[in-house]
Design a protein around this ligand. Structure first.
Ligand code: ZN
Ligand code: ZN
Length: 349
């Protein structure tokens, strides 16, 4: 839940009197309304926050929304909002609103429209205790489901069938499938986003599994790489290097640490193992209403860790034609360090 006081301060700093919110996760964060792709929010002027949605959701909006809702369809929506916006500076989410959406606002409002980027996403990086609890529960479901499915991950089984069992387990537990399940075995492990295919897992494969639950709108995220039989000496060495990088980065997590420095730390370890080029993505990301959100744990990030952030640490190494390894944990940044939320054991390979 995004604190309104923080948002008002951010709006003042950005020099806007009101804010038109169209990004679904931000609509949900401000209102609690769960069908947020069919909602918009107007913040201000003053402290007024209004949820706009249509008649399909009048009951749901009443049940879920913490702010008053106005039920209408465009253009009535814009006309209703226009009354309070004459002559004001109104921010909009330039990283989400379409060109057509902006044209609609320009047609109906005699206001100055100000493009803003990432304002609410930045506020959302720090989670409330309720949000942390939702993520913790989502991860607990994922850990339980992984333990149930683990015995079936062996030679002769298709990647697709592993993914399906994970998805069924999540759904049975009352959660949603957070994102497309990645099951990448053998040479397919070289694809960081290798969603499950019809490939049959073979003896000697490493199998990378990346999946998460979504519960009450909040995501979990975890990757484990498992060995089926005895993998090659080369891949065992790669696994050891990725694990070393992952554990070192986790141990360095605490408030005040620059996200870019964490990425550099893990990357340096993989470089020393000759795997710098093989680590083809950033170290991690924030997790919440979106599976990928602020902060970004990458070389170019200006962000600094703070207590209440929920992040992943997920170094990997990908060798085209050979295979790959990724190990990912979900962490809460605490006042004096971190707490690992993903409790599935990492297997020795
Ligand atoms: Zn993941
Ligand atoms: Zn991730």
């Amino acid at each position: 839940m995004t604190q309104l006081a923080d948002l008002e301060q951010a709006m003042r700093q950005a020099g806007v009197d009101a804010l038109w919110v169209s990004t679904p996760a931000n609509v949900r964060a401000l209102t609690g309304f769960s069908s947020s792709e069919d909602g918009k929010v107007l913040v201000g002027p003053g402290n007024a926050v209004t949820l706009y949605t249509d008649a399909r959701y009048s009951v749901q909006a009443q049940e879920e929304s913490r702010v008053p809702s106005f039920i209408a369809r465009p253009p009535e929506t814009f006309e209703h909002a226009a009354e309070n916006l004459r002559g004001l500076r109104v921010g909009f989410e330039a990283d989400h609103l379409t060109v057509a959406g902006l044209e609609d606002l320009q047609t109906h409002w005699s206001a100055t429209l100000v493009p803003l980027r990432g304002m609410i996403a930045e506020l959302r990086a720090i989670k409330s205790p309720e949000e942390v609890q939702a993520i913790r529960e989502a991860q607990a479901v994922a850990d339980r489901v992984f333990a149930e499915v683990r015995p079936m991950i062996r030679a002769g089984v298709r990647e697709l069938d592993v993914a399906l069992e994970l998805e069924l387990g999540l759904r049975r537990a009352g959660a949603e499938v957070g994102f497309d399940v990645i099951v990448a075995s053998g040479p397919r492990g070289a694809m960081p986003h290798g969603v499950a295919s019809e490939r049959v897992i073979e003896d000697g494969d490493l199998v990378t599994i990346d999946f998460g639950a979504r519960l009450h709108g909040y995501h979990s995220d975890m990757t484990r790489t498992l060995a089926v039989g005895t993998p090659s000496e080369e891949m065992r060495r790669v696994y050891g290097a990725v694990l070393e990088a992952e554990e070192a980065a986790i141990a360095a997590v605490k408030p005040g640490v620059r996200c870019a420095d964490l990425d550099t730390l893990a990357r340096g370890i993989l470089e020393r193992h000759g795997l710098g080029e093989a680590f083809a993505h950033s170290l991690g990301h924030g997790v919440g209403l979106n599976i990928h959100e602020a902060p970004g744990l990458r070389k170019t990030s200006e962000e600094v860790l703070a207590a209440g952030m929920v992040i992943t640490i997920e170094p990997g190494a990908y060798l085209p034609g050979v295979g790959g390894v990724r190990i990912e944990d979900l962490l809460l940044v605490t006042e004096d360090g971190y707490e690992v939320l993903s409790l599935t054991p990492k297997e020795a390979i």
